[in-house]
Design a protein. Sequence first.
Length: 117
Amino acid sequence: MEHQQYQSGNEEERLDALFQAYRSTIPDTEPGADFMPQLWQRIEARERRATIFGRLARDLVTAALALSSIMALAVSIAHSRAPLPSESYVEVLAEDNTRQDLDYFEPVRVEPVADQR
């Protein structure tokens, strides 16, 4: 048990030495009269950059929403002005079907055999 205490004491001494070396490399800065104003200036500068991008993103979303609304309104107006067909759906299909049937026929010219010589 003393062996474990000895090792933990050695590790604590090494850790203390490490902290002392760290403290010696980084000097303690004494806060002056302008410490808080400088700190707030740095914080506000970071927030200002974030607000610029946030404002840009909000403006882009607003412009996209406005453009989408205008386009939807234009499409709905164009569809409301389109004339309705006077034929019924069945009549349109029947006419289209007869048109497709005519595509399979080719014009044929019939000449008498006597006229071919």
